[in-house]
Design a protein around this ligand. Structure first.
Ligand code: AHG
Ligand code: MN
Ligand code: MN
Length: 325
């Protein structure tokens, strides 16, 4: 079986990027080990602190962030990093070629229930003429990502990655400590009968979004003429992985719960990397009116509505959302 680094060399990925990915992989293996040990490693439970977004940090959020940060700052290729758990940009080597944004631990509410969790990352070229610690380093559209991926800590540990040439999955062989290629050039089916959304928020959605969901739920007897099934992992990484594996649509739409927070998921380290992985596997990823990868980022922790998955279903959903009544 081909291992990750042979595969990256076969794809002619440049050596400095491979070196940076080695740091991400080494950190993720450390996280995977602690996740597997669970309560025995003392990693469960919450801290007393909140991150800049006002969310209570779990111990594993902090531990994962620290592991990634330590290994990435030791990597000469990293000019700057941005993390869900860091208020501002953290400067690395002033001559580093790349910048990296990450969600160290996605799906925090699953930590204490032994559910799916993961790490999501997004890599860009560093911009010359901009200081390493300047947020402006990260004002690049998602389509400029040179690499994106996630590591899913599930029953097995999986890496799903793209460097622009297709989306591929690797499974961690824990006996060797290497990621082996287990799904090459993933292709997401264009049609689906499965959706993922947190239905408890429906009173906060737009009328059009409610109409779309309502028609899915009506199944065979409604205008869609087919029955849909629902799945919700409460970890984007788990929901996206299901879609990568067998298709589906995932939605975290904008809602009017909190005017300061029109949507939940973060553009830089959740929406953008997933959008690139999805598009490179034949899927689609939009907010409510444009491709996620075309959005000009304004702030490090900015939030964005997300509609992603099987191409035809995303298209149908967008039609509902933009319809005039
Ligand atoms: P995080 O744990 O990194 O803060 O992200 C959680 C996100 C995402 O993974 C998931 O899809 C969503 O929040 C779950 O939201 P609900 O609490 O509405 O289920
Ligand atoms: Mn997250
Ligand atoms: Mn997180």
């Amino acid at each position: 079986m081909i291992n990750l680094f042979q595969h990256l060399r076969n794809e002619s990925v440049e050596a400095p990027l491979i070196q940076l990915l080695e740091s991400v992989i080494n950190a993720s293996k450390e996280i995977a080990f602690r996740v597997r040990q669970g309560a025995l490693a003392g990693v469960l439970g919450s801290t007393q602190d909140q991150n800049i977004q006002g969310e209570t940090q779990k111990n594993l959020d902090v531990i994962s962030n620290q592991l990634l940060k330590d290994l990435l700052l030791a990597c000469p290729q990293v000019r700057a990093l941005a993390s869900e758990e860091e208020d501002t940009v953290v400067a690395g080597n002033a001559n580093g070629e790349f910048i990296i944004a990450f969600d160290p631990l996605d799906g925090s509410s699953n930590i204490d229930i032994n559910g799916q969790i993961g790490t999501i990352f997004s890599i860009y070229r560093a911009q010359e003429n901009i200081a390493a610690n300047d947020e402006a380093q990260f004002r690049q559209k998602g389509e400029q990502q040179v690499c994106a991926g996630y590591i899913l800590y599930g029953p097995s540990t999986l890496l799903v990655i793209t460097t622009g040439k297709g989306t591929h999955a690797f499974t961690l062989d824990a006996t060797q400590g290497t990621f082996l290629l287990t799904a090459n050039n993933i292709n997401i089916p264009a049609d689906t009968k499965e959706f993922a959304i947190n239905m408890s928020n429906q009173r906060f959605w737009s009328d059009n979004m409610r109409r779309y969901l309502n028609d899915l739920v009506l199944g065979e007897s409604g205008p869609r003429g087919k029955n849909f099934n629902m799945r919700w992992n409460a970890a984007m990484v788990g929901d996206v992985h299901r879609i990568i594996s067998r298709g589906g649509i995932f939605l975290y739409p904008s809602d009017n719960r909190n005017p300061k927070q029109p949507a939940k998921l973060r553009l830089l380290y959740e929406a953008n990397p997933m959008a690139l992985l999805l598009e490179n596997a034949g899927g689609k990823a939009w907010n409510e009116n444009q491709r996620i990868l075309e959005i000009e980022p304004r702030e490090l922790h900015e939030r964005v509505a997300v509609i992603l998955g099987s191409a035809n279903e995303v298209q149908i959903c967008l039609k509902y959302i933009t319809a005039e009544h």
